[in-house]
Ligand binder design. Sequence first.
Ligand code: UDP
Length: 207
Amino acid sequence: MNQVKKILNRIYKYGKDSFYEEVKKALKNKEKKFIITVNPEIMMNDDDVVQKMLNDKNVSLVPDGISIVKAARNLGIDIKERITGVDLADELLNIANNCHYSLYLLGAKKEVVKTLAQKIESDYPNINLLGFQDGYGNDKDKDMEKIIKLKPDIVLIALGVPMQEKLIYKHFNKAKKGIFIGVGGTFDCLSGSKKRAPKIFIKLNLE
Ligand code: UDP
C-alpha cells in the first residue's frame, strides 16, 4: 500500500496544459525526458524493472486512467485530470509541427506505422520525420540504438505496456536529448486503423 501511495504521489498532478508547457520547455532546452502514462496495468505489474522505473526520479509519470486519478484521490492525493497516451501523442505532434522538431516512430504493425508516417508527412508538414519502424521485426535493442544515434527530438514507441517502457528504460541513459514515451495502441488510433470511443464516452471516462 505504501509503495502504491509513493508511486501515486509521483504522478503529475497539475493537469494537461501545465504538463504540455513542461514538455515544451524540455524540448526547447534540448533536455531528455522519459514519460510513462500510468494505468493500473503498469502500476500493478510486479516486474522488478517496472517497479524500479516507476520509482525512478528521472522518469516522469502522468495519470493515464481515471482509476489512477480516483485511487489517488482516495488516498488524499489530488490529481487534476488524466493525461492519456493519445492526448500526449496528439499534442506532441502539434508541438513538433509548430516548432519544426524531429520525430521517430517505433512500433505497431508495418502497414499501421507506414500509414501513420504518411499521414504525419501530409498533415504535419513541418515535422522532420527521421524514420519509422514497425514493432514486429528483428532486434528492438538495435532499433533503439539506431534511433538514439539519430537524436530525434521526440520518440514515440508503440509496443504495448510494459514492453515499450522497459525498452526505453534500457536505452534512455545513452540518449543525449529527446522526449521518449510509450504510447500503446495510439498508432492504431492516429493512423485511422482503430477508432477512439466517441467524445462523450471519453468525457464521461467510460472509454
Ligand atoms: N505491438 C508491437 N509489437 C509487439 C506487440 C504489440 O508493435 O510485439 C503493438 C501493437 O500492434 C499495438 C500496440 O503495440 O499497436 C499495443 O497496443 P495495445 O492497445 O494492445 O497496448 P496497450 O495500450 O494496452 O499497452
